[in-house]
Design a protein around this ligand. Sequence first.
Ligand code: MN
Length: 420
Amino acid sequence: MQVSFIKVSADSHFPIQNIPYGVFCRKVDGKVSIGTRIGNYVLDLSILSEMGYFNDLEFNRTKPFENKTLNNFMSLGKDCWHEARIAIQDLLSEDNPKLRDNLEVREKVLLEIENVSLRMPVDIGDYTDFYSSRQHATNVGIMFRGKENALMPNWLHLPVAYHGRASSVIMSDTDIHRPCGQVKANDNTQPEFRASGLLDFELEVGFFIGTGNALGNPIRIEEAENHIFGLVLVNDWSARDIQKWEYVPLGPFLAKNFATSISPWIVTLEALQPFAMSGVFQEPQPLSYLNSGRNKTYDIKLELAIQSARMDSPQVICKSNFSHLYWSMEQQLAHHTVNGCNMRPGDLLASGTISGDSDDSRGSMLELTWRGDNPIKLSSGEERKFLADFDTVIINGYCQGDGYRVGFGELKNKILPAKL
Ligand code: MN
């Protein structure tokens, strides 16, 4: 097993097997750089690039690490991503003296995580949210339409999605104000304008497009994997009362686009390969453009915790797994582009709420409390049907290897009162 000269504990999400990408700002001088994470350190790839460490490498022809976002690097394609990953792992390896023994350079390029603030790593052009968990779609369908019409007739034939809003994709550690909007109570004939009373999270994972496709040229399912750069944790914040009133006939709008938050480190698809596995069996068999003969997914353990203002520590209320999803990322991408719709480097496609079969694997308050019928009891003695002001929601995700983890770190946001 490859080991770094930087000490990394077995439960760290960021060993040398990970090498995720992010963008950070040095607290000392405000310089913004592209970096990777190793243990509790950030490695400054921009400065390494400026110092010539990646000279003569194919990926470095346009010096992508000297940009302020990852879009350029993401557009280069998987051979370049692989070349860069190997070069970075080599530099961090305990067997390689080049950086290990050069204390002057180490001082410049290895920063303790406390000494940086993390930035939005990508200029996101477009954001799409899928609805690819059968358990989630079934649960929501039962609540909104009743048991008979839970799963719509199209659901088992295509990965349902809606176009989200890229402008309101925000980072971990950004606070979110409770949204306001039109709500209609069941026993009222008229809607009212108010702060949402049914604010919710959605536990999701998203993937970033690396190389795109030209308008009119679909990405075939056999090729889809090559277009995926990496994954992040996603919280698709949702106002259920606004959603209920607005969603017919065109689907979610203001109930969703006030905020979508993502974790700061993009874990590459290559780093996830040791954790690949077969997805759920699909019946009926999808149409051929959605059928590659395999349903590839990844064993990513997901956990969601909540901490109210009165609690000293977070309380886990949901444990799920990426592999519960019915539709694969490859199918999502093939479907999204089958009409010729073009993807661009840095576009974000999220999975939809990831719910499993067990009661505690449901990825939203709506499902966990069954629309408020079964409130969650918090360690502080409080109860929650939906989120309250000053609640913090924390999502964690990682893959467990033999003696190491490849993880995403934490996605954490606090709810602030509405601006009425
Ligand atoms: Mn969603």
